[in-house]
Design a protein around this ligand. Structure first.
Ligand code: PMP
Length: 291
């Protein structure tokens, strides 16, 4: 596979209130966000020119900022218009949108009280998050667990929380799997490394309670769609010993959309009627074709 590095592309990136040529949207190596993980971000997708749940994502960005005590110089309205203009300037109708905010370079210790809060919005064309999305992905158990909410600000979409996700995903990929299923600090089933997880048992849809991981916008959307369609959706504690009791499994996220899962560490699922239904129902909704 050939990669075009993200810093070696053309286009426009909104940065701190203005549009910069893509290659000039740089930060200095002495940046607090880089050294201490003091960065928050969003991941969004636009379909046919419309960003799905744009405002909810921007509001979550500002909620993440608030949780980490960051006071951005920009408003929700500023970021909303930056996202729309970034799409227009780059000429994308179907793309991924990445707003990010981080502590700048004024201070380089743990304390960064005087550092400015920097902000950027980039957009790029991004197809399926998983190459084998429709046939179902293979997952294994993750190397790391989701931390106790007393240990980390788990409601924030904060860059620092992704350290264990990248490391878990790399370990899974090294063994030939596409992703990893993370347990939480108690040993309950939590989520994938960048997506929430659902299981099907006797026609009902079961999913873990999001009390120590992101309650994804896609997760909430899929729960609503499933209930509208008459499925019973049960949010409950799910133990890893139960993984063999389910017939189908899928994960949800902005990037992953609804992705069927065909294996978790030797336990096999047959992506079937419920997976297919939710993949298509979600797709119809985000493309504005939901009945
Ligand atoms: N959990 C994690 C760790 C994620 O990175 C994501 C993607 N943002 C999700 C869940 C799903 O969130 P959403 O549906 O809002 O994209």
């Amino acid at each position: 596979m050939t990669f075009i590095p993200y810093d070696d592309r053309d286009g426009w990136i909104w940065m701190d209130g203005e549009f910069k040529p893509w290659r000039e949207a740089k930060v200095h190596v002495l940046t607090h966000g880089l050294h201490y993980g003091s960065s928050i971000f969003e991941g969004e997708r636009a379909y046919d020119g419309q960003i799905f749940e744009s405002l909810l994502h921007t509001e979550r960005l500002f909620r993440s900022a608030e949780i980490l005590g960051m006071k951005p110089a920009f408003t929700v309205a500023d970021i909303e218009s930056a996202k729309a203009e970034a799409m227009a300037r780059n000429g994308f109708e179907n793309c991924y949108i990445r707003p990010v905010m981080w502590r700048g370079s004024e201070m380089m210790g743990v304390s960064a009280q005087q550092s400015t809060i920097r902000a950027a919005v980039a957009v790029w064309e991004w197809g399926n998050y998983f190459a084998d999305k429709m046939s179902g992905i293979r997952m294994t158990h993750a190397k790391w667990r989701r931390p106790d909410p007393k240990t980390a600000p788990c409601e924030a979409k904060a860059a620092g929380l992704y350290m264990i996700c990248t490391d878990s995903k790399h370990a899974a990929e090294a063994e030939g799997y596409a992703d990893a299923l993370m347990l939480d600090w108690r040993g309950h089933v939590a989520e994938a490394t960048g997506a929430n997880v659902f299981f099907i048992q006797d026609g009902a849809i079961h999913t873990p309670v999001p009390d120590c991981f992101l309650n994804g916008i896609t997760r909430q959307t899929v729960i609503r769609l499933a209930r509208d369609k008459g499925y019973e959706v049960v949010e409950r504690t799910i133990m890893p010993e139960e993984l063999g009791n389910f017939s189908e499994c899928f994960i949800t996220g902005t990037a992953a959309e609804v992705t069927p899962v065909k294996e978790i560490a030797g336990i096999h699922y047959q992506p079937g009627r419920v997976c297919e239904d939710m993949v298509h129902t979600y797709d119809a909704l985000v493309r504005g074709k939901h009945a």
